[in-house]
Design a protein around this ligand. Structure first.
Ligand SMILES: Cc1cc2nc3c(=O)[nH]c(=O)nc-3n(C[C@H](O)[C@H](O)[C@H](O)COP(=O)(O)OP(=O)(O)OC[C@H]3O[C@@H](n4cnc5c(N)ncnc54)[C@H](O)[C@@H]3O)c2cc1C
Length: 566
């Protein structure tokens, strides 16, 4: 079954397809105050906030189409029906990774209103307070935890209620899971038995411990940033949302960004920005667009025949990703692998549609643990995801196990390996080259080995041990350090959290200043996961939304005050 998005124009959302062969080389120019590229996690927030001022005209340009489809809105459907489908996904493939025997990974990125918030696992984790303090310490002044907490709070409407750490009346619905598999409770109990403290709020006073996920959902339906931030304001006369509009270049007059060129409905157009251009095209899309526009490493740009506007070697560099591995266990009791027959799928779909309940509301991981690989109580360096379903990773495809299986995915919280996004050519429709050697740094490998051992320890505790038939992957034959290394180099995968390619910082070595302005040019900012100097410990959607909130205030010249005291 392949479902397609609704392509009707509604309100101020204008849709179009632009087969590039049939583009009319005519340039039609329109005028705005702000032109934002990318309606993803951050871009929808920025467009919504900036258009609160009725005196400014805002254009939001998105390459993908509508998010109005059960494929997007039913969290469990997205993995199966959206990932790897060009209707919803940019479907990037990274370059062969020399640190993992030349494996070339699939890198999904949302190409739809809401961006990756429309295709992600809906897990709501903000990252560790110390991560943001480290950003500030490295030159990103104004981005410490104390500075960013008000924006996390402003964004959310959390069903835990308002508190020092949470907001209860923001646009984004963050809720406890409506369906928790019985084995998820057993996993949490086993982790506690192994010495990991229970943490009722992984986004609260401390990140350390094991707890149940909260999700970006409303009553079991995905709450992406398009639903949260755009739907309530679509009727604003000063906000125009263009879908299926592919931005091809930022136009400069001297060193000032003055417009964005894009293809829409077979026409090559230009949108002039009287105030600013904001790139929110994501950790792959934003550096790609900067380089296509002449901002990046001069020699590389010249090699592709692109006129250099500003030479900045950092554009595309500092790419970071969470390296993870799927460990699977065959269970004695049913898991979600037992819920995939056609009849059960129909039942679960109806339960979701009518009541917002049941397995279709769950996108995967139901519990998360933050712990130390060495078992100490210091800053967590490993994250574990518990997923009550198991997949078999075959050389050419990933398939569901027929038998009841669960997965636990350890990943490194603060990876040291670094990669880069490069231009492949000057053609904006050619995907950029993504080089990410996930296990390049030996510390990432040893932390992952520690994490895998911690998983075994948890699964051997009474709450789980009696329910396990066997460890299916890797299996008990993998024991020694070198056996783990061999196994991990063959099986580690990205967690789909790329960040860092247009990093903020205090000076040379950064792409942006702490106010998100692109160094060396004027009138141009970047605001999305690419701006993170370091990837946070945790899934990156909440942080991208926070960045959108803070970016809007920086652009409007406002500032939130934090009530939080450390
Ligand atoms: C499969 C998957 C699962 C994930 N699971 C989770 C999870 O459970 N929890 C979590 O916290 N994080 C998760 N993430 C990561 C998280 O969703 C992302 O980090 C976050 O959404 C990134 O937000 P962003 O604003 O930086 O970019 P995006 O949300 O990717 O937005 C960029 C937007 O720009 C558009 N765009 C790009 N180039 C152009 C162009 N040239 N012209 C016009 N438009 C353009 C894109 O189509 C897209 O809509 C997951 C990601 C994926 C892919």
């Amino acid at each position: 079954m392949r479902l397609r998005g609704d392509s009707r124009a509604r309100g101020t959302e204008l849709c179009g397809d632009q087969p590039k062969e049939s583009l009319t080389l005519m340039s039609e120019t329109r005028h705005w105050d702000y032109v934002i590229v990318g309606a993803g996690s951050a871009g929808c927030v920025i467009a919504s906030r900036l258009s609160e001022d009725p005196n400014v005209r805002v254009l939001l340009i998105e390459a993908g189409g509508s998010d109005r489809s059960p494929v997007i809105l039913a969290p469990a459907a997205t993995d199966v029906y959206a990932l790897g489908r060009p209707d919803w996904d940019w479907c990037y493939t990274a370059e062969p990774d020399p640190s993992r025997r030349g494996r070339a990974d699939f890198w999904p990125r949302g190409k739809v209103l809401g961006g990756c918030s429309s295709i992600n696992g809906t897990i709501y984790i903000r990252g560790n307070a110390h991560d943001f303090d480290a950003w500030a310490a490295e030159g990103a002044s104004g981005w410490s935890y104390r500075d960013v907490l008000p924006y996390f709070r402003r964004a959310e409407s959390n069903d835990l209620g308002a508190s020092e750490f949470h907001g209860a009346d923001g646009p984004l619905s963050v809720q406890r899971l409506r369906y928790v598999h019985p084995l998820t409770y057993q996993f949490v109990a086993a982790a506690v038995e192994s010495g990991v403290p229970f943490n009722a709020d992984l986004n609260g006073a401390s990140q350390h411990g094991v707890g149940f996920n909260q999700a970006t959902q409303r009553r079991g339906w995905r709450h992406n940033t398009a639903r949260a931030y755009l739907d309530p304001v679509r009727r604003r006369g000063n906000l125009t949302i263009l879908t299926r509009a592919h931005a091809t270049r930022v136009v400069f007059a001297g060193s000032s960004a003055v417009a964005v060129e894009y293809d829409h409905q077979g026409v090559h157009r230009k949108a002039e920005a009287a105030r600013e251009v904001v790139l929110a095209a994501g950790a792959i899309g934003s550096p790609h667009l900067l380089m296509l526009s002449g901002v990046g490493p001069a020699r590389a740009l010249e090699a592709h025949g692109i006129e250099v506007v500003s030479d900045n070697a950092c554009v595309g560099g500092n790419l970071q990703e969470h390296a993870g591995v799927w460990l699977t266990y065959r269970m004695r009791v049913p898991t979600l692998n037992n819920e995939t027959s056609m009849l059960k799928q129909v039942r679960h779909s109806l339960n979701w549609l009518l009541f917002g309940r049941g397995p279709a509301t769950t996108a995967g991981a139901q519990a998360v643990a933050f712990l130390r690989g060495d078992g100490s109580q210091a800053q967590p360096d490993i994250q574990l995801h518990f997923v009550p379903v198991g997949y078999k990773f075959l050389p050419t495809e990933v398939v569901l196990y027929d038998e009841p299986t669960v997965s636990i995915i350890p990943n490194v919280c603060r990876p040291r390996s670094r990669g880069r996004v490069y231009l492949r050519s000057s053609n904006p429709y050619d995907a950029p080259r993504i080089d990410m050697p996930l296990l390049d740094h030996s510390e990432d490998l040893s932390l992952l080995i520690d994490g895998c051992r911690r998983v075994r320890e948890i699964m051997s505790r009474p709450a789980m041990a009696g329910l396990v038939v066997k460890e299916s992957a890797p299996g008990p034959q993998v024991m020694s350090e070198s056996e783990w290394e061999t196994y991990l180099r063959d099986t580690v995968v990205p967690c789909y959290h790329p960040a860092g390619t247009c990093r903020i910082g205090g000076g040379a070595g950064s792409v942006l200043d702490p106010e998100l302005r692109v160094r060396g040019v004027m009138g141009l900012r970047v605001a999305d996961a690419s701006i993170m100097p370091r990837i946070p410990s945790g899934n990156t959607n909440a942080a991208a939304i926070m960045i959108g909130e803070k970016a809007a205030d920086l652009i409007r010249g406002r500032r939130e005050r934090s009530a939080w005291r450390n």
